[in-house]
Design a protein around this ligand. Structure first.
Ligand SMILES: Nc1nc2c(c(=O)[nH]1)N[C@H]1C(S)=C(S)[C@@H](COP(=O)(O)O)O[C@H]1N2
Ligand SMILES: [Mo]
Length: 322
């Protein structure tokens, strides 16, 4: 007998009139911009003007390299919740509802809380940081992120002495995320997407919680409304659309380790000396430079951030803890 399935759920987003989306997006952007310090009376004008964050201060650790074009950063994406093709997220995430949005802080902390995104941002001044992002698939980009250091949030919620790791979870909502429905679109991953860091990694000043790029509120395909950016690790550690941050004693079982622990490790520090079992990690192509004449770039240890982060791993065998 055939297994007869109901037609796939129609995402609420697919039947919401465009005016409602625009309204929701306006409310989201207004909330984020307001939290970033813009007064109420300026909001409509600010939100109309390309949803730009005004007066962003430049944060530390910014690269001098030329950023990858806005078009490439926002149309060549990995966000399997919306499909595993590079163009799928920009094509399918347009109507993703990112307002209202809350982030739950749980586990081994003295101050567990559920924050509305706007409230979270009120405590954390935003800054711009240009970082290199190196995907495990051997390509890279340079992205001007807007965000605040993860460690500021970690400190605010006061981890207990039992907290050794931080676990991050993406929204689970198959009605909105077609890759989470049964079928091949999501490449067979287990949902929700989970990532993790050791507590000292989470406390490193390079680790960023991003809410924007190119001076604008984060596009949905890049992980709106709030995502992690860990520039010395492969891109998949930089989990998108975060709804939960949990402090735990044991190393979290992350999505890619669960999918294939031979190919993906918990640490996933960018390392040209440790190849992926199926391809070399020694070099990378820079998105936007792919012509016959553009040579591959050499991949740098810790993605070029070794001076900042190598000391986190002294004494560890990085071939074993890959
Ligand atoms: N929830 C979630 N987060 C995710 C992914 C994903 O599929 N789902 N893909 C990761 C991978 S493999 C990369 S390279 C980066 C890509 O981020 P970008 O699209 O902003 O360049 O997001 C990471 N975060
Ligand atoms: Mo990636």
């Amino acid at each position: 007998m055939f297994h007869i399935r109901k037609p796939p759920d129609i995402a609420a987003s697919e039947i919401t009139p465009p005016e409602i989306y625009r309204r929701r997006r306006f409310l989201r952007d207004a909330g984020i911009l307001a939290a970033a310090g813009i007064t109420g009376s300026l909001l409509p004008a600010a939100a109309d003007a390309g949803r730009k964050f005004p007066n962003l201060r430049k944060g530390p650790f910014s690269l001098d390299e030329k950023p990858t074009s806005y078009k490439d950063v926002t149309s060549y994406n990995n966000f399997y919740e919306f499909g595993s093709g590079k163009g799928d997220p920009s094509e399918h995430a347009g109507n993703f509802r990112t307002f209202p949005w809350s982030v739950a802080i749980e586990g081994e902390v003295k101050k567990p809380a559920v924050y509305q995104l706007e409230d979270l941002l009120k405590h954390h001044p935003l800054e711009e940081r240009v970082y290199r992002l190196r995907c495990v698939e051997a390509w890279s980009m340079v992205v001007p992120w807007v965000g605040f250091p993860l460690r500021d949030l970690v400190r605010r919620v006061e981890p207990t002495s039992r907290a050794k790791y931080v676990e991050f979870t993406t929204l689970l909502d198959p009605a909105q995320m077609p890759g989470q429905r049964p079928g091949l679109l999501g490449a067979g991953l287990d949902w929700p997407y989970i990532e993790g860091l050791r507590l000292d990694e989470a406390m490193h000043p390079l680790a960023l919680l991003a809410v924007g790029l190119y001076g604008e509120v984060l596009p949905n395909q890049n992980g709106a409304p709030i995502r992690l950016v860990v520039p010395w690790k492969y891109g998949f550690k930089s989990i998108k659309s975060i709804v939960k941050i949990r402090f735990v004693e044991k190393q979290p079982l992350t999505t890619w380790v669960r999918a294939n622990s031979r190919e993906y490790g918990f640490y996933s520090n960018v390392n040209p000396a440790v190849d992926h079992p199926r391809w070399s990690q020694a070099a990378e192509r820079r998105i936007g430079e792919d012509s016959l004449f553009s040579p591959k770039r050499k991949t740098l240890p810790f993605n070029g951030y070794a001076d900042q982060v190598a000391s986190l791993y002294t004494g560890m065998d990085l071939k074993k803890y890959f």
